[in-house]
Structures are given as C-alpha cells and as structure tokens.
Design a protein around this ligand. Structure first.
Ligand code: HEC
Ligand code: HEC
Ligand code: HEC
Ligand code: HEC
Ligand code: HEC
Length: 221
C-alpha cells in the first residue's frame, strides 16, 4: 500500500514539533528573564562580602538603625557604615567581639587599608528620579514602610517595588504610614491601645502640615 500522505504529513509533524520546542524554549527563557530578581527587584538579595545580619545586630542586639546609617536624618542618602563602625565591637585589639573571625576578614582589611568594603547595592532608583531620606524620616515615615522588616532579615532583600506607582500610592494617602518621628527606627512600633495607625497618622499629618508631591517636577527635577 503506497503511503499517500506519509511524506508531507511527516514534514508537517516535524515542523510542528520543532515549532513547539522553539515556543517552549522561548517561554522558559522569557520566564527566567522576568523572574530574575534583578529584573523584578522584589526579593533581590545579593550575596555580600561579609555575611552581616540585621536580624542579629538590629533585632536581637537592638542596635538603632542610625548607629550605622547615620545620615538618614540629615541627608538624601542613608549610606552604609564604614569598617570603623564595625570595629567598635569587632576590633581584636579592643572590645574583641569575634575579633579574629574569618568572616570579618574583609572588615579588618578595610580598616587597615582604608579601602571601602564592596557591599552590593540593593535599593537603587534610576538617576532621573529624585529621592530624599531625610525628608521622609523627619516627617514620621518609618524605614519599615519602604524596606520591610529589616530587623528580622538575616540577609537584606528588596521588600517593596520602589516603582513610581508605589511612590504615588503613599503620596496620595500617607496617613497609614505616619508615626511619631522618634519612632521611625523602631520597627516594632504599634499604635497605642485604642488608636489605629490611620488616626495617629492623620493627627501627625495635621501637626507637621504634610503635603507629599504629586506633580512630575516633585520627583523629576
Ligand atoms: C551594625 C550596623 C547596622 C545596623 C545597626 C543597621 N544596619 Fe542596615 N546595613 C548595614 C550594613 C553593613 C549594610 C550593607 C550590607 C547588607 O546589605 O546587609 C546595611 C544595609 C542596609 C540596607 C540595604 C542598603 C542597600 O544596599 O540598598 C537597608 C535598607 C538597611 N540596611 C536598613 C537598616 C534598618 C532599617 C536598620 C534598623 C532596623 C538597620 N539597617 C540597622 C549595617 C547596619
Ligand atoms: C555594638 C557592637 C557591634 C557592632 C558595632 C557590630 N557588631 Fe557584629 N556582632 C556583634 C555581636 C555581639 C555579635 C555576636 C557574637 C557572637 O556570636 O558571639 C556579632 C556578630 C557578627 C558576625 C558573625 C561573626 C561570626 O564569626 O560568627 C558578623 C559577620 C558581624 N557581626 C558583622 C558586623 C559588621 C559588618 C559590622 C559593621 C557594619 C558589625 N558587625 C558591627 C556586635 C557588634
Ligand atoms: C519613603 C521610603 C523610604 C524610607 C522611609 C526609607 N527609605 Fe531607605 N531607601 C529608599 C529608596 C527609594 C532607596 C534608594 C535610593 C536611591 O537609589 O537614591 C533607599 C536606599 C536606602 C539605603 C541604601 C543607600 C542609599 O541611601 O541609597 C539604605 C542604607 C537605606 N535606604 C536605609 C534606610 C533606613 C535606615 C531608613 C529608616 C531610618 C530608611 N532607609 C527609610 C526608600 C526609603
Ligand atoms: C510610605 C509613604 C511614602 C512613600 C512610599 C514615598 N513617600 Fe515621598 N513623601 C512622603 C511624605 C509623608 C512626604 C513629606 C511631605 C511633606 O514634607 O509635607 C514625602 C515627600 C516627598 C518629596 C518632597 C520632599 C523633597 O524631598 O523635596 C519627594 C520628592 C518624595 N517624597 C519622593 C518620593 C519618591 C521618589 C518615592 C518613591 C521612591 C517616595 N517619595 C515614596 C511619603 C512617602
Ligand atoms: C512621588 C514621586 C514621583 C512623581 C510625583 C512622578 N514620578 Fe515619575 N517616576 C518616579 C520614580 C521613582 C520612577 C522610577 C520608577 C522605577 O524605577 O521603576 C519614575 C519613572 C518615570 C518614568 C519612566 C517610566 C516608568 O514608569 O518607570 C516616566 C516616563 C515618568 N516617571 C514620568 C512622570 C510624569 C509625567 C509625572 C507627572 C505626571 C511623574 N513621573 C511623577 C517618581 C515619581
């Protein structure tokens, strides 16, 4: 029996099969690309040169954020501490908390040479967007609103999207996110009994005459 359709049908099936393989391949590549942390941002947690734990230092030991991120109240940038700050405790010749730990070798080298530790930057806005830490923190917006529960993180990860829509969502209605200014670095703060965060926020907004910009020039200068 001659196979009437055999050859051409074979070709069609083969082409279809190749098509499916290519399509699946593209899907997989596309999925990886969009799911990459550096692309989605949220969840991005690069490996750091020293395994510094916020959960230990800011959580268990209860160190204030401003002990290490000193400029948050005065400057647009929060800055990451120099090795000198770590050496207040980890200096083998002084306080000597784990002073000879191999995990702290890059800190000791940086302290001796003055070369900064190469911490990987986690949160970064594009150059065309203007952001200022001091303004937010001094109006009672806590670190937790924008960075999440850092005091519970063994490794810092990108918690919020930091997109324009995300900024605007709070600017339209910030009351939920305002607290007494001296509580901004207390990530465990909760409104006192009988009050909601929104009620506290509303009265702070009146006291401090809060008005967050919604105009383009406010954030694109
Ligand atoms: C003992 C010093 C120390 C204390 C206290 C501390 N930090 Fe940090 N912080 C660091 C160091 C070092 C890094 C860089 C390494 C890393 O990302 O873990 C950092 C990184 C960060 C980052 C990520 C920076 C980036 O690259 O985008 C955020 C956000 C942050 N800290 C917030 C906080 C908050 C909020 C608190 C208080 C709850 C706090 N830190 C307390 C030392 C400290
Ligand atoms: C106020 C004191 C203090 C400061 C300042 C401090 N730490 Fe620590 N750190 C500690 C204590 C306490 C421990 C826990 C020691 C232990 O487990 O016995 C610790 C543990 C560590 C460890 C784990 C070491 C090991 O071998 O287990 C690392 C890594 C570390 N700190 C990094 C840093 C870095 C980086 C800085 C500066 C950004 C810093 N620390 C600043 C007190 C401090
Ligand atoms: C209103 C949101 C917001 C609040 C509140 C906030 N941050 Fe940030 N933080 C950001 C953004 C946005 C960036 C990225 C800034 C950039 O790229 O210019 C950032 C970056 C950082 C960095 C990296 C260094 C830098 O300045 O770019 C550190 C460290 C940091 N924040 C710590 C803190 C600490 C500590 C607090 C609380 C005292 C805090 N932040 C409160 C939004 C916020
Ligand atoms: C959780 C709430 C919240 C988030 C999120 C937030 N902001 Fe704000 N923003 C405020 C408040 C509150 C003010 C203070 C307004 C005032 O001073 O009256 C403010 C003020 C500002 C100002 C005006 C002050 C200045 O520096 O000139 C700019 C610009 C600004 N925010 C940019 C941003 C950008 C960019 C983002 C996103 C990356 C952002 N904000 C995210 C609450 C927020
Ligand atoms: C509260 C601060 C804020 C205001 C107000 C604001 N922007 Fe933005 N805008 C941002 C931030 C932050 C980014 C960066 C977002 C990112 O990296 O995902 C951005 C990004 C953009 C982009 C790049 C595309 C995108 O969406 O990421 C454009 C275009 C833009 N803004 C236009 C505008 C225009 C037009 C206005 C006025 C109608 C405006 N923005 C008002 C904060 C703001």
């Amino acid at each position: 029996m001659p196979a009437i359709f055999a050859r051409s049908a074979d070709a069609v099936v083969r082409q279809a099969a190749v098509g499916v393989v290519v399509a699946v391949g593209l899907l997989v590549v596309g999925w990886y690309y969009y799911a990459l942390p550096s692309y989605t941002r949220v969840g991005y947690a690069p490996e750091q040169p020293v395994p510094f734990s916020h959960e230990l230092h800011a959580g268990k030991l209860g160190m204030d954020c401003a002990y290490c991120h000193q400029s948050v109240y005065e400057s647009p940038h929060a800055t990451v501490p120099t090795a000198r700050v770590c050496m207040n405790c980890h200096n083998p010749k002084m306080a000597n908390v784990k002073g000879n730990s191999p995990l702290l070798a890059p800190i000791r080298t940086s302290y001796d040479t003055g070369q900064p530790v190469e911490w990987k930057r986690i949160h970064k806005l594009p150059e065309y967007a203007y952001f200022n830490h001091a303004v937010h923190v001094n109006k009672g917006v806590s670190c937790i609103s924008c960075h999440g529960p850092i005091n519970e993180m063994k490794v810092v990860y990108h918690h919020q999207p930091l997109t324009m829509g995300w900024c605007l969502k709070c600017h339209t209605d910030p009351h939920e996110h305002l607290r007494p200014v001296h509580e901004v670095t207390n990530l465990k703060w909760a409104p006192p009994d009988g009050k909601t965060a929104r009620e506290i926020g509303a009265s702070i907004a009146t006291d401090l005459q809060i008005k967050a910009p919604m105009n383009c020039q406010g954030c694109h200068r």
